[in-house]
Design a protein around this ligand. Structure first.
Ligand SMILES: *[C@@H]1O[C@H](CO)[C@@H](O)[C@H](O)[C@H]1NC(C)=O
Ligand SMILES: *[C@@H]1O[C@H](CO)[C@@H](O)[C@H](O)[C@H]1NC(C)=O
Ligand SMILES: *[C@@H]1O[C@H](CO)[C@@H](O)[C@H](O)[C@H]1NC(C)=O
Ligand SMILES: *[C@@H]1O[C@H](CO)[C@@H](O)[C@H](O)[C@H]1NC(C)=O
Ligand SMILES: *[C@@H]1O[C@H](CO)[C@@H](O)[C@H](O)[C@H]1NC(C)=O
Length: 359
């Protein structure tokens, strides 16, 4: 994402132009497997496959606080080398007409070098002055809902973008603006598909997690990021109270967001789509609609590094407050599968891993 929208705000009686400030960085693939220490702790062979990035202390079970990611990890697949957090989403599969599956590969986002994985964003408030409170050790959360198959109950900011051009176009604009959809695109995307997952920014200030991994956090009335068509973008005014949190969730968090780049380009052929013209992609949990898109987060930055980067309003993937590593070093940080199984289907899978049915 690349927002050139200028928002203006009054500061000491002066109007200042302010561009959105956000960390935006690459996290390469750490592992692809059926583990989910957030939703199914301790289970080896969880219901569906995830593609996971971040610190290599990722395990089937990661007890909050007690399991300290920064001390347990000795590498991360992310750009900032003090970020041992884990980030994951469900993998995506292509389903052939004969019912066999192959995992859709992932390509680097614009301007980044990575091997699969996720582009991670931590966005600061647009007023350019108020500070966010970084996540605490042991904090985790989930955005989206894997069981959704229609628009009922969807969270804001979880969408798919069809790149209509072969150069990440249209690139700008917040998630779920423009022609973004909460279902998978229904036509060929010449430049692939970008799935975007926006997390809530308001915390109850007490619980590091909750039974559904969602109710300790809430979405702000108006998110930090600009929304709507560029024409609708209005200058920032205090009245808009961008980022205002609902009652009971007083702590303003960084706006965490993922982008996942699916290389659907090899499948842009009529004979590779459904006989009836239907799109052929299926999330690992058997979701052929795209509504079940979700993302998981387990915080694991070292010390106060994330807080310092947010306060300093670091932008993109350079930050003088943070240690970083080369893309090559990030890509070297990988984990072998805990449960060995073919999740790729290079020579086709007769079923989705775990025997998941389309549902
Ligand atoms: C990284 O951690 C693993 C397991 O925690 C350990 O076996 C390995 O020796 C460590 N490697 C380095 C280079 O410290
Ligand atoms: C199923 O379809 C795929 C894609 O068209 C093809 O490559 C594969 O050989 C087929 N498998 C069988 C068993 O027909
Ligand atoms: C935000 O943090 C910065 C850096 O620590 C500090 O200079 C600034 O005063 C803080 N802003 C507010 C509104 O507290
Ligand atoms: C939408 O999905 C929900 C389950 O998530 C289901 O209960 C409901 O009937 C569906 N609505 C329609 C219109 O299909
Ligand atoms: C949405 O799609 C229409 C029709 O293809 C196109 O004209 C328009 O430019 C698109 N809007 C954006 C924001 O990409």
């Amino acid at each position: 994402m690349h927002w050139t929208t200028l928002t203006t705000f009054g500061l000491l009686g002066m109007a200042q132009a302010q561009e959105a400030r956000m960390l935006r960085f690459a996290c390469s693939q750490l592992t692809v497997e059926r583990l989910d220490p957030l939703v199914n702790p301790g289970v080896i062979g969880t219901p569906h496959v995830h593609q996971i990035v971040g610190g290599n202390s990722f395990r089937p079970s990661m007890e909050p606080v007690a399991y300290d990611l920064p001390t347990r990890s000795n590498c991360t697949s992310c750009t900032f080398s003090e970020d041992f957090s884990n980030y994951w989403t469900a993998s995506l599969y292509y389903r052939a007409r004969n019912g066999t599956f192959k995992r859709v590969s992932q390509f680097p986002n614009q301007g980044l070098h990575q091997n699969g994985g996720i582009t991670v964003y931590y966005i600061t408030p647009y007023d350019g002055v108020s500070n966010v409170t970084a996540f605490k050790p042991g904090f985790r959360m989930l955005a989206g809902n894997p069981i959704l198959r229609n628009t009922t109950g969807e969270s804001r900011g979880i969408c798919h973008r069809c790149f209509e051009g072969d150069n990440f176009e249209p690139f700008g604009g917040a998630p779920c603006t423009g022609n973004d959809t909460t279902h998978f695109p229904d036509h060929f995307c010449p430049g692939g598909i970008r799935t975007q997952v926006t997390f809530p920014t308001c915390w109850d200030g007490k619980n590091l997690d909750s039974p559904d991994h969602q109710s300790h956090v809430a979405y702000a009335t108006i998110p930090f990021e600009p929304y709507g068509d560029p024409v609708v973008h209005r200058p920032y005014t205090p009245e808009m109270q961008r980022g205002k949190c609902p009652d009971g969730f007083p702590v303003k968090l960084p706006q965490l967001m993922y982008e996942v780049m699916w290389d659907t380009r090899p499948y842009n052929h009529k004979e590779l789509w459904g006989e009836d013209g239907s799109q052929p992609f299926v999330h690992a949990m058997g979701d052929a609609t795209g509504h079940g898109t979700h993302g998981d987060y387990v915080f694991g930055w070292k010390g106060d590094s994330l807080q310092r980067a947010m306060n300093a309003r670091c932008h993109q993937d350079k930050c003088s407050e943070l240690l970083s590593q080369t893309p090559e070093d990030s890509m070297k940080c990988t984990l072998p599968q805990t449960m060995k199984e073919d999740v790729d289907g290079a020579s086709w899978l007769s079923k989705l891993p775990g025997g998941v049915m389309i549902n």
